[in-house]
Design a protein around this ligand. Structure first.
Ligand SMILES: Nc1ncnc2c1ncn2[C@@H]1O[C@H](COP(=O)(O)OP(=O)(O)OP(=O)(O)O)[C@@H](O)[C@H]1O
Length: 514
């Protein structure tokens, strides 16, 4: 299988090396010398038909993570193979969280690169088919489309259903990839506005100087580049729902205008002489702590209270691990080929235990990508730990996978594991009656991995980072105790936390390593 491969790297030597390798494998190479040029090749007027992207992580200007984010915001689903000089686990996590398909450490061996491109092309081919099939379902999502069996999500569904019956502004909070947009769509799909427009704006993805015109519209000639009149997202969403994602990223001056639009139901297009009345249902979402943003002077307090009339918090996947088997089944089903003979029979108990033990920093989006990739690349008839190499690399050593190599004795209700399509229950389409949840594995606390995913000794900095996180967890965030036990001063500890981007409150990494 061959395709057109976009190579995004600021280093000319590296670019040429990859280009030569890609061409040798029989693919067509397209090169871009910056993140911006890479995006341009994928989107907009210069867009080319690209099947796979090979992306450098560290670049001046728009870096690799920035490109991954922008691709997601713009709905570009081309598989991305990330390459970087660092092979630290945090870098892998960061790239995978942002939707990277695979990860190679520079200098990548030709074999590794070829295998990775081959896999990406396979996934790309199936993904196109899945997109076409799922689009047929139409746009009306309801709360029934949310796959969940966890009490933590009951509250979300209850609040969402109630909100759907009114026009009250909703603020959906939760980490990236937890399903905030899905909840917003379910609210719209369960409301009277279901057949009206649902307009999404990702406030974090728009350049600051264009936010105002994109939201409120502009008149022709109102600024350089405004060659046509543009109605703006508020007007587009008239009579329907406007979903403002990443609202915490909105610049302060635009917040003033948003407040007026929310309060008075009127917008002022840039360069326009008159105001335009709009009737919209507003749903905002953020992965940030908006209240903290208010305290830090980054978000207007008056706007916060206007938006936060009805808050809904969507919990991270690690707080609802019971959903994982159901989600895995759902995502496997989504990519399953129509031909029943080519379908997978399920997932092994060990693989499921591993997925349940993992923390999923990229939440459901990351799980969806992992299952998708695993299903397409699986050569057997059951998904095993081998099909989740990136997750395995992170869980290995903290979870005893061998203890879970035996098949699961029973299926979950409505979910067959390692026995799909076999046995009387499955044949009847009836699930096993006895609920025998797969054993939940907790990582063995106090264990640090010494080797990386390629079997080499891990860098000291990575081990140090993990050790600090473990200590914070172990001593419940008591920083004096953490510093004392690690044998360093408090100021050294705080300096290290800053260096690694660890939030002293939570012990979690805020900054993305690259
Ligand atoms: N409960 C669920 N059942 C099935 N699929 C889900 C569920 N929650 C999320 N997903 C899927 O996970 C992916 C991420 O969800 P979504 O885009 O809604 O997350 P988000 O919180 O809005 O992310 P971000 O903050 O990055 O915008 C989507 O493909 C979505 O369909």
């Amino acid at each position: 299988m061959t395709g057109s491969i976009l190579i995004v790297d600021d280093d000319p030597v590296q670019r040429r090396l990859i280009e030569a390798a890609v061409t040798k494998f029989g693919h067509t190479a397209v090169v871009a010398d910056s993140g911006e040029a890479g995006l341009d090749a994928l989107d907009g007027p210069n867009a080319r038909d690209v099947s796979v992207v090979i992306l450098d992580l560290v670049m001046p200007g728009l870096d690799g993570i920035g490109v991954l984010k922008a691709m997601r915001e713009r709905g570009i689903h081309v598989p991305v193979i990330v390459q970087t000089a660092q092979g630290g686990i945090e870098t892998v996590v960061s790239a995978m969280r942002h939707g990277a398909f695979d990860f190679v450490v520079k200098p990548a061996s030709p074999d590794r690169l070829q295998a990775s491109i081959g896999n990406a092309l396979k996934v790309e081919a199936v993904e196109g088919e899945v997109k076409r099939t799922s689009r047929r379902r139409g746009d009306h999502l309801t709360f029934k489309d949310l796959i969940t069996h966890s009490p933590a999500m009951d509250r979300v569904i209850r609040l969402g259903q109630k909100a759907a019956a009114s026009n009250i502004p909703i603020l959906i909070e939760g980490e990236s990839g937890v399903g905030k947009e899905l909840v917003a769509r379910a609210v719209q799909g369960s409301s009277d506005r279901r057949s009206k427009p649902f307009v999404t704006v990702n406030c974090g993805a728009i350049p600051d100087n264009l936010v105002e015109s994109i939201l409120f519209g502009h008149e022709k000639g109102s600024f350089t580049g405004a060659t046509e009149k543009h109605s703006g997202k508020f007007v587009e969403a008239h009579s329907g729902t406007l979903f403002l994602d990443e609202i915490g990223d909105l610049p302060l001056d635009v917040q003033v205008k948003l407040l007026r639009a929310v309060q008075d139901g009127e917008v002022d297009p840039v360069g326009g002489r008159s105001t335009v009345r709009v009737d919209i249902r507003l749903i905002s979402a953020t992965h940030r702590n908006l209240l903290q943003q208010v305290k830090d002077g980054k978000f207007r307090e008056d706007l916060f209270y206007r938006l936060n009339v009805y808050p809904i918090f969507v919990p991270p996947l690690r707080d609802r691990r019971d959903d994982i088997p159901y989600l895995v089944d759902h995502f496997m089903e989504k990519v399953a080929p129509a031909d029943p003979r080519r379908r997978l029979n399920g997932i092994s108990a060990a693989a499921l235990a591993m997925l349940q033990a993992y923390d999923w920093p990229g939440n459901i989006r990351q799980l969806e990508n992992a299952v998708f990739r695993a299903s397409v690349l699986c050569e057997g008839d059951v998904l095993t730990v081998e099909e989740f190499p990136q997750i395995r690399a992170q869980v290995d050593g903290t979870v005893n996978l061998d203890a879970h190599s035996a098949p699961l004795p029973h299926a979950l209700p409505g979910l067959a594991i390692e026995s799909r399509g076999q046995g009387p229950a499955a044949e009847d389409g009836i699930a096993a009656t006895e609920f025998d949840a797969p054993a939940r594995l907790q990582p063995r606390f106090g264990t640090l991995r010494a080797l990386d995913e390629r079997g080499n000794v891990r860098a000291l900095a990575d081990v140090e980072l993990e050790m600090i996180k473990l200590a914070i967890d172990h001593y419940n965030g008591q920083m004096s105790e953490v510093a004392r036990r690690l044998g360093i001063g408090r100021s050294t500890l705080y300096r290290k936390l800053k260096e690694y981007g660890i939030d002293p409150e939570t012990g979690r990494i805020d900054r993305l390593a690259s």
